[in-house]
Design a protein around this ligand. Structure first.
Ligand code: GDP
Length: 530
């Protein structure tokens, strides 16, 4: 069966994530976007940090506070004729591999920077993943209503530190607590913003011709014009292709808290961000958007609370029309999967999803048979998308059961965690099979792993943290010995076959490289996403 109109529906969808460092304003921007799209009628104060519980998503809190319908994985709203899917990248205490995997399910990303801070560590890590996967990145420089860095300096930082030249679409007029609006670099006019009480409604905009802007904002306007001309002279014209190729980034300035510049961002997303495109399957054949339904699971969320343990698998639709109740096949097991309990939103009111199209996210409830990376499809022929990549871990701990009598359950539990991608499992002959090393992108993953081993397999584990800070991929396994000759290094093999060379720090790696110039190691961002 060919799904009518899935391609057309896909064309009007934009599926993206916001990548940022904590505190840059992601929650505030999310609310502001939704406000502009008129999902919310008023955006109140952003919740304080103090009462944030570890694993609760910001959005769930927003939802509870507001009684609005937002999933903890994706927010969907309509903006004009466009359907926007904003996927959440948990970026706080729960920063982990999950955060990275979300980027396998988006078509573009918005890099959100704090004007006073520029590029920060977590933004850089997430950006690396975007670059690696070829995801186009748009940049929004936030908090322009208060003192920050110079706009030219911020643009400079993008080309110098991450080799991503800025292609500004707007340029700020006035700053340091005196932000009037932006110069729209495509029309040449000024868009003046007006403050509303607490940013409670979309900020009214006034469009001024260059002459009017000069009259009203004399020096501030002149400065904006000079700076933006300087940028243009240096960078040349805006290139849509370079954005799509990931070799340059459109830049917009604004203040999410005041709703300044947010409409421009939405318009830029609608106009420039790519819609869903046919996804390549394991054999590198494109699955056409109009082909029957297919999707892949990019996130599995298990309730940490025993009383409410249900497992929700979030899948991104890749082709066709999804209809609730449809029987689909899990490509890994070949087994059918009933989609009676599918939700788009959950939290206070769990409303069900009746249909979804490429780019949309569906939440499959009580999906214990589903794992991260699984493909679901309807009808024939079968399709299987490549599994999700493993990311460079940054934290390592040797795991062993406290009670050796439970070694069998321990082994079973570890296999389960590995298959779900809760932690990565590393082993070596030296350490032996019975004491695997858990590896994680964020330390929170260890807590989840230990909790689940205890809760589901009755195994209490002891975690012995290892001191490694520098991680590389060993490309020539015959050099294992060279590394193991150092007391500050070790080689461990991940379940996917990748040899990871771990060093106490860069100094330990440097010392070894000086002694053995032939040492073949390379940086590791993600692997397995061929
Ligand atoms: P997140 O950690 O990235 O989700 O950041 P939040 O949205 O929680 O924002 C962090 C802090 O920055 C909060 O105190 C916000 O009120 C503040 N903030 C966010 N956007 C702006 C802005 O445009 N201007 C100013 N001055 N503050 C902002």
């Amino acid at each position: 069966m060919v799904s009518d109109g899935a391609g057309n529906e896909a064309a009007r969808r934009r599926t993206f994530a916001v990548i940022s460092h904590p505190d840059a304003g992601k929650s505030t921007l999310t609310e502001a976007l939704a406000l502009h799209a008129r999902v919310l009628t008023s955006a109140g104060a952003v919740h304080g940090k103090g009462d944030r519980r570890g694993v609760t998503s910001d959005w769930l809190e927003m939802e509870q506070a507001r009684g609005i319908s937002i999933t903890s994985a994706a927010l969907q709203f309509a903006y004009g004729d466009t359907v926007i899917n904003l996927l959440d990248t948990p970026g706080h205490a729960d920063f982990s591999e999950d955060t990275y995997r979300v980027l396998a399910a988006v078509d573009s990303a918005v890099m959100l920077l704090d004007a006073a801070k520029g590029l920060e560590p977590q933004t850089l890590k997430l950006f690396d993943v975007c670059r690696h996967r070829g995801i186009p990145v748009m940049t929004f420089i936030n908090k322009w209503d208060r003192p920050g860095l110079d706009p030219l300096q911020l643009c400079e930082e993008l080309s110098e530190r991450i080799n991503l030249p800025a292609m500004p679409l707007t340029w700020p007029v006035g700053f340091a607590g005196n932000f009037h609006g932006v110069q729209d670099l495509r029309t040449g006019e000024m868009v003046r913003y007006e403050r509303t009480a607490g940013g409670a409604t979309a900020a009214p905009e006034e469009h001024l011709s260059p002459e009017q802007a000069r009259e009203r904002y004399a020096d501030d306007w002149e400065q904006a014009c000079e700076e933006s001309e300087l940028m243009l002279a240096e960078r040349g014209e805006f290139s849509y292709q370079r954005f799509l190729d990931g070799t340059a980034t459109p830049v917009l300035f604004g203040a999410a808290m005041l709703n300044f510049g947010v409409r421009h961002l939405l318009d830029a997303l609608v106009e420039m961000a790519p819609p869903p495109t046919p996804r390549l399957d394991v054999d590198e054949r494109a699955r056409e958007l109009d082909a029957p339904f297919s999707a892949f699971v990019f996130k599995v969320q298990t309730g940490m609370d025993r009383a409410h343990r249900d497992q929700v698998a979030f899948a991104r639709v890749c082709s066709g029309r999804f209809e609730r109740g449809m029987n689909v096949t899990n490509a890994r097991t070949g087994r059918p999967f009933a989609t009676k309990y599918v939700q788009q939103v959950f939290g206070q009111q769990r409303s069900t999803v009746d249909e979804a199209y490429p780019g949309d996210v569906i939440g499959l409830v009580n999906a214990t048979a589903l794992r991260v990376g699984d493909t679901l499809y309807e009808g024939k022929p079968a399709v299987r998308f490549p599994g999700l990549p493993s990311f460079a871990p940054a934290h390592f701990a040797v795991a062993r059961p406290k009670d050796l009598g439970r070694a069998k359950q321990f082994r079973k539990g570890v296999d389960q965690l590995e298959s779900e991608g809760v932690v990565q499992i590393l082993r070596s002959d030296r350490r032996g099979d019975a004491t695997p090393v858990f590896a994680a992108v964020g330390p929170m993953q260890f807590e989840v792993a230990a909790h689940r081993l205890d809760d589901e397999f009755g195994v209490s584990v002891e975690l012995d943290h290892l001191p490694y800070r520098t991680v590389r991929r060993l490309t020539d396994s015959t050099q294992r010995r060279v590394i193991e000759s150092s007391r500050r290094a070790e080689v461990l093999t991940r379940t996917d076959g990748t040899d990871l060379a771990l060093f106490n720090d860069d100094v330990a790696l440097g010392a070894l490289q000086r002694q053995h110039p032939e040492l073949a190691v390379e940086h590791l961002i993600a692997s397995g996403d061929g």
